[in-house]
Design a protein around this ligand. Sequence first.
Ligand code: GAR
Length: 195
Amino acid sequence: MKIVILGSGKGSNAYAILKSSSKKQLGNTIIQGIFSDYKNSGILSHGKDFGIHSEYIHAGDSYVLKEPFQDNWISKIKQLNPDLIVLAGFMKIIKEKFISAFNKKVINLHPSLLPSFPGLNSIKQAYEKKVKITGCTVHWVNETVDGGEIIAQEAVRIMNYDTLHTLTKKVHTAEHILLPSVIKGLSDGEIDFPS
Ligand code: GAR
């Protein structure tokens, strides 16, 4: 299963995938490339450290990946012919044309138990609401922001002594386990691709 990872930031989740892959823990997964809309992002340095094709692609200033940038992203990714696109902290909204260009085989990681706390600052929203359990979700991407079919979730308990900082660390730790496990499940055939 050939995958391409897209991200905008630090890349700790891409790093977790790269590490699992280097330990042969992702079944038959091959990481074909990493693309970012930020030139000096951590995700691109992690990719390069692991010898993976890692490239910045301009995506414009809008929070939506729009024309003419969208076509360039589609064609660059298509050159690698991936079976799955993994959004690991990719902060642009992806529209229908992009999703269908890859036959709906696009997954996203989100730092809350969807459908609770979609959008931005999800960990902070959960912390401020004083919910007792939050977590992270991996879902198929559709036109609705953070609204596609849920594939897997990991719960994180919020304790009275947690601060926003400790909670953020706990959610990220859960993400670093959940996302590689979903990729492995897809590669092993334990999780179905959309038809
Ligand atoms: C992760 O917490 C991921 O869930 C979040 O961005 C972070 C990326 O961290 N994604 C979203 O909020 C998407 N809605 P990373 O760059 O260290 O992997």
